[in-house]
Design a protein around this ligand. Sequence first.
Ligand SMILES: [Ca+2]
Length: 108
Amino acid sequence: MTHTPVEESLFQIIRCYCQYAAREGDVETLSLEELKALLLDNVPRFMESLGRKEPYYVSELFRAADKNKDNQIGFEEFLLVLGRLLTHYHLLYRRQLCASYCTRHSLH
Ligand SMILES: [Ca+2]
């Protein structure tokens, strides 16, 4: 049975997490540097939107997600980061729908 697009996307996210977690130290968890690299390489629109206004955002996100305070992000903890990403991309999606609607109806 082939994967649906959503299943494929979920596997991609898991694969991505595992690849970056395996870069250094504990191969099962993300360090701050691994999380930064994962975000910079894979969600550039999210990172660009942070701009220079919030240079410490990734560090803050890391601290907020690190529930057990072991200075590593486990997969369960990564779900908070994923939630922030989904929220951000949902907003982008809604904006794009809105822009496309406005263009179609000459509302600019
Ligand atoms: Ca942790």
